[in-house]
Design a protein around this ligand. Structure first.
Ligand SMILES: Nc1nc2[nH]cnc2c(=O)[nH]1
Length: 453
């Protein structure tokens, strides 16, 4: 069924090739960890509350701790993909049953298309920072969208290109900018650790946005160790480097300027000696992010329509993300994308506990007729609620006020060290264990009655 040797089969029915080793996974995830969006994100890392800047050491420690916690979750979501050979949304058939898995699948498609469009926007803004206004925004969006679509049609080839050529070019560019920025700037840091927990919170949120697509690539891993190690090692190293560089870039550009316009952070990169050249490497490489999103949308659509050629989906989704990036103000999508973790983090915590702890690995049913498992919705919904009870990320006023009222009603006080993603994962995991214990004791009781009768 495969149209190219060692490529992903065209429909869900083909056997996925297991060709990605630790270096391939590490290269993929290291490239996903360096993001043009991450440079301006350093603003929130250094001063997440707006009035208590961290010291440089505190900020870098928060970047490391938050990345390790976040990527541990992404890594756990990846391993069942390696073991079953199934993409992320198909894995959810084993958790909820085939029909119920369509609900998170549709949500995932909406968020991945949003991320894809957001990435095309940031690529176009990065290119405009290099070339000025001579080339219109729309042209860059279309060029980036076409590259993204091509990469999505040859996904394993794309990962190989990342490993062989792109990673080394990105490392050189990052070192180049580090040497230049360290010589030019003093980071705008304070001396405090007071906002350490909110800074970790922010970095966890950056990392866990990748939870829903981890298995889409891990299904091609040679081993679970390669998948888990590639995610945690590659992404953590790269994200800490990206945020660290961002701290200096924000200092050079001025935090007020970056607060007013996040793309102002690109200025210091372009202004560095040979900066346009090395920044072009980072901008071109950003297509790995839009590719990951478009490809993940493609395989998610195959959970709904398993026999449709994935190249058709990739082309349609590629065109759709181009269209959205051209006509919608994608930055308004940003807030929605930041909080979608509330849906997927508890869901994958339920999956991890059911799969690894409650023996799911031996009975995981990813068939098209997998029966519904309504009981698994309970820990998911409670984990979702726990996210909103514990998070300090503001969203829209009415929604935040509603959750503040719930907190009051149940007498729960949110502490500054609490984290939405961790709270959601913990509650979802514990409730899954409880549901598992009840189900097991019911089954045993039924068995005893049958034996007695
Ligand atoms: N899923 C996803 N998460 C992200 N986090 C930062 N950028 C992205 C992206 O493009 N997709």
């Amino acid at each position: 069924m495969s149209h190219v040797a060692d490529e992903v089969p065209l429909t869900l029915e083909g056997e996925p090739p297991k060709t990605l080793g630790l270096l391939d996974q590490g290269a993929l995830w290291a490239n996903l960890g360096v993001s043009l969006l991450g440079f301006s994100g350093a603003l929130f890392l250094i001063n997440p509350l707006g009035d208590a800047p961290l010291s440089l050491l505190a900020a870098l420690t928060a970047a490391l701790v938050g990345s390790l916690i976040g990527t541990a979750m992404v890594g756990l979501a990846a391993v069942p993909g390696t073991q079953t050979g199934q993409p992320a949304m198909v894995l959810l058939r084993g958790l909820f049953g085939a029909r119920l898995s369509y609900i998170p699948t549709v949500l995932n498609i909406v968020q991945m298309v949003g991320w894809g469009a957001f990435e095309l926007w940031v690529i176009a803004m990065g290119a405009s920072a290099i070339f000025g206004s001579a080339v219109p925004y729309a042209v860059w969006v279309i060029v980036a969208g076409v590259i993204t679509t091509a990469l999505s049609i040859w996904p394993l080839g794309a990962v190989r290109v990342l490993r062989r050529y792109v990673t080394i070019a990105v490392i050189i560019a990052m070192i180049w900018f580090s040497v230049d920025f360290l010589g030019t700037a003093r980071p705008e840091t304070g001396g405090s650790w007071a906002a350490f927990a909110p800074a970790v919170d922010y970095v966890i949120a950056l990392s866990v946005s990748w939870v829903p697509l981890a298995a889409d690539f891990a299904r091609h891993s040679r081993s679970s160790t390669a998948a888990f190690g590639g995610v945690v090692g590659g992404y953590t190293l790269a994200q800490v480097a990206c945020l660290g560089l961002g701290v200096y870039a924000v200092a050079i550009a001025g935090s007020a300027a970056v607060t007013a316009d996040s793309t102002a952070v690109f200025g210091p990169f372009v202004a560095a000696p040979l900066g346009a050249l090395f920044f072009a490497v980072l901008v071109l490489r950003e297509t790995d992010q839009s590719f990951a999103n478009v490809y993940s949308t493609t395989v998610s659509l195959q959970n709904l329509m398993p026999r449709v050629d994935r190249r058709v989906f990739s082309t349609v989704v590629g065109v759709l993300t181009i269209g959205i990036a051209l006509v919608v103000d994608v930055t308004s999508y940003g807030a929605f994308l930041g909080v979608i973790g509330a849906v997927f983090v508890p869901m994958f915590a339920v999956l991890a506990v059911d799969y690894f702890v409650l023996g799911g690995v031996a009975r995981w049913n990813t068939e098209e007729g997998a029966p519904a498992r309504w009981s698994m919705l309970v820990p998911w919904v409670l984990g979702f609620a726990a996210y909103w009870l514990t998070t300090s990320t503001p969203t829209v006023e009415a929604w935040d006020a509603w959750w503040a009222a719930v907190r009051d009603a149940i007498g729960f006080t949110r502490q500054p060290w609490m984290n939405g993603a961790l709270g959601a994962a913990l509650v979802a995991a514990l409730v899954t264990l409880a549901v598992g214990a009840v189900t097991r004791s019911r089954r045993r009781h039924g068995h005893d009655q049958r034996v007695a009768g």
